[in-house]
Design a protein. Structure first.
Lengths: 403, 325
């Protein structure tokens, strides 16, 4: 009798838990996701990214009632691009706020600082805003982690391939940010030039991200006889490099990493140092460009502008980070839709690692988001694009498997 | 010391005649050094006036540069905005001193009310307040103007000029000229005007100065105001190359500290010479000494600074101060 009662009790208890056993962050009408971003400090120019993501989630909430009847709430927290601040911020999001997942948290060092913790707690750390290739390669050890941005070495290799096909005699000078970001881009470039990378690259000048100026490096690169300058630095040193090259009357063919190629920066440089300082510059691209007159009638660009106007009117649509942010938010919503009627963290990870779509409206036509259990690289399709007439102009065919 | 500097100048000139790259690197180094020097000069002025190292100096320069940008956005021409900005910077510098002293006063008053006894600490307290202002100004700039990078026009043409086959940037030459010009103007001001004399007196012997009728507090305020103006000039000179950003002056201030100490923290001429020397040495080290890669440049430069200070603890232009205890 007692045993039967216990069994009955146990049954009700399990039944009750089964009904409400949603993962943290999921209620009947809402999903809470979180992320850390540099809203202040040295990288605060990326602070607009989470605002644009929230704008897209708000748009989805208002027009479609969210995902499967649940509104998406996005809580983003400032970490000042400082890993020591990321750790408590992420813990706060996971332990107190009980977020369902960490989405698009920005930066390599901040991401590394919480990767072990999030994997241990089995919290999805996904669509990270960083392009280091190890996010994609180390999926076995960190199954709860997946990146988003194209891999830096992949971009370096594409530059090498393009130089080999168009200007095989080019003498290449590299301005490299002296950290893993710059080193990975350079490694990719060398891989692309192999086995002749030594003779192709005539000079590599390292620069610290906080260097007050880059004139010493630029003058040395110019003196090395290089006719092609590759800028593997983040926005602030890149801008200095463009302006300084013009200042010292050096006009090489310039390649710059997509990280620093926002139309916002290019336009500002042209304004300060003349159009000649930026015209002809080549970079890679995968997001649409709202400043390009040729893309004005594109439905994705129109949607972007419409969402910006309604939910983030203060944002500057020339900032490539904003349309990038919406492409991330789209991808997150897409995975949530496929994560089940009541999404679980595991279901969300399964959905993210089985993405196969070319429908993201904010990405260039030709970019396919494709992942699998063993392929944790989200964006591997890149095209080259050249700055002319005040905007980027994509040319040539897509490069695939950039990693 | 003068002989040593003259020898260094001769060496630079000879080097520049021999090698184009040497000449270009030297001029570019002098230009960056001029910025370090202008900011170092501002630090020296404040140190002389109040014996305080102003950690907010870089952010004051950044903030005033943003003000110049805003004025230009409102349609005021470059030079109009330039002059207005210097005026606003002066007022801002005075206001910040009032703020710093006021904060210390409020603290003392509160402690007194709470019955906490504490001994002086005036200088340290003001230094801490300047650190607070650093954070405040950086946050305020990001809040008002957004952290987005903004371009900034140059006072000088962006095209280069050619001298004997070597291309020099007019912007760089202009920056060097402005740095040297400011120190000459200041020197004339301190040496040949009554107010300059009063400022020196107020800094050297505040009590005695007050007895002979110098308004010491006004002189201190003048020192802070002038420092803010110099900072604004540094900001306006560097912004066309590094663009506007709330963090634009962060590392430059560290080099300016080094320049000020190298020159002797109380010497205006020393600050500018220290800045120029630092700029040139950093560029030439990076170019010709191959083991000095970019990560070693600053440590090596600071190592040299240490050696200079070991040989001459008061800096290149400083003189020994004897204090009775």
């Amino acid at each position: 009798m007692l045993a039967a009662a216990l069994v009955a009790l146990a049954a009700t208890v399990t039944g009750a838990t089964a009904r409400t056993a949603a993962d943290p962050g999921i209620t009947n009408d809402s999903i809470l996701i979180g992320g850390t971003f540099p809203l202040s400090g040295s990288a605060s120019l990326y602070g607009a990214i989470p605002v644009a993501e929230k704008a897209y989630f708000d748009y989805v909430n208002d027009t479609r009632g969210g995902v499967n009847g649940r509104k998406i709430n996005f809580k983003y927290v400032d970490d000042g691009y400082d890993a020591s601040q990321t750790v408590p911020a992420i813990r706060q999001l996971v332990e107190q706020d009980k977020v369902f997942a960490i989405v698009n948290a920005l930066g390599t060092a901040p991401g590394l600082a919480v990767r072990d913790y999030l994997n241990e707690r089995k919290v999805p750390q996904v669509l990270l805003a960083t392009g280091d290739s190890f996010w994609g390669f180390q999926y076995k050890k960190y199954p709860w982690t997946i990146g988003y941005n194209p891999s830096y070495p992949g971009e370096g290799t594409i530059f090498a391939k393009h130089i080999l096909s168009k200007t095989p005699q080019a003498k290449v000078g590299v301005l490299m940010q002296n950290d893993p970001f710059g080193q990975q881009l350079l490694a990719g470039l060398r891989r692309g030039f192999a086995p002749n990378s030594k003779s192709r690259i005539v000079d590599v000048e390292p620069v610290d991200v906080t260097a007050p100026d880059v004139s010493q490096q630029l003058l040395k690169l110019k003196a090395s006889g290089a006719d092609t300058l590759i800028i593997f630095t983040t926005p602030s040193p890149s801008i200095k490099a463009f302006v300084t090259a013009a200042k010292i009357n050096w006009h090489p063919q310039i390649y710059v990493s997509y990280v620093s190629a926002s139309p916002l920066f290019m336009g500002a440089i042209a304004k300060a140092a003349g159009a000649a300082a930026v015209d002809g510059t080549i970079t890679t691209s995968y997001v649409k460009d709202a400043t390009n007159p040729g893309e004005q009638n594109d439905p994705g660009v129109k949607l972007f502008e419409q969402i910006m106007a309604k939910y983030y009117p203060k944002g500057n649509i020339a900032d490539a980070n904003l349309i990038y942010a919406m492409s991330v938010a789209w991808t997150a919503v897409n995975a949530l839709q496929r994560a089940g009627k009541t999404p679980t963290r595991q279901g969300f990870m399964n959905a993210l690692t089985s993405t196969n779509t070319a429908a993201n409206p904010f990405l260039l036509k030709g970019v396919r988001l494709q992942t699998s259990k063993t392929d944790h690289f989200f964006i591997e399709d890149l095209t080259l694009t050249k700055w002319a007439n005040g905007h980027w102009n994509a040319f040539g065919s897509f490069y695939h498997h950039a990693r | 010391m003068v002989l040593l500097l003259a020898a260094a100048c001769v060496a630079l000139v000879i080097g520049s005649l021999v090698s184009d790259q040497f000449a270009e690197q030297t001029v570019a180094g002098l230009a960056t050094g001029g910025i370090f020097g202008s900011l170092a000069l501002a630090l020296v002025l404040i140190y002389r006036a109040t014996e305080v190292i102003n950690f907010a100096q870089g952010q004051m320069a950044m903030f005033t540069t943003y003000i110049a940008w805003q004025l230009m956005q409102w349609g005021i021409g470059y030079w109009g905005a330039f002059v207005l900005t210097l005026g606003i910077a002066f007022a801002g510098g005075v206001a910040l001193l009032a703020f710093a002293l006021g904060a210390v006063f409020v603290r003392d008053w509160t402690f007194e009310r709470m019955g906490i006894k504490q001994a002086g600490g005036g200088v340290i307290a003001v230094v801490i307040v300047t650190i607070g202002m650093l954070i405040l100004l950086e946050g305020a700039a990001a809040w008002i103007w957004s952290p987005e990078i903004k371009s900034f026009p140059s006072a000088f043409p962006t095209r280069p000029i050619r001298v004997g086959g070597v291309a020099f940037s007019i912007q760089d030459l202009g920056t060097i000229g402005v740095a040297l010009g400011s120190v000459v103007v200041l020197w004339v001001f301190f040496q040949f005007t009554k107010v300059g004399l009063a400022m020196r007196a107020a800094a050297l012997r505040p009590f005695a100065a007050r007895l002979v009728g110098v308004r010491v507090n006004a002189m201190l305020a003048l020192g802070w105001g002038l420092a803010a103006v110099l900072g604004a000039i540094a900001g306006l000179m560097i912004a066309p190359t590094i663009f506007l950003q709330p963090t634009m002056m962060d590392t430059i201030l560290i080099y300016a500290f080094a320049a000020a100490v190298l020159g002797g923290i109380e010497s205006p001429a020393g600050a500018v010479v220290g800045g120029l020397a630092l700029g040139v040495v950093l560029n030439l080290l990076g170019t010709y000494v191959h083991f000095v890669t970019s990560e070693l440049r600053l440590p090596v430069a600071l190592g040299m600074l240490l050696i200079v200070l070991l040989i001459k603890p008061t800096g290149l232009f400083g003189h020994r101060v004897v204090r009775k205890v």
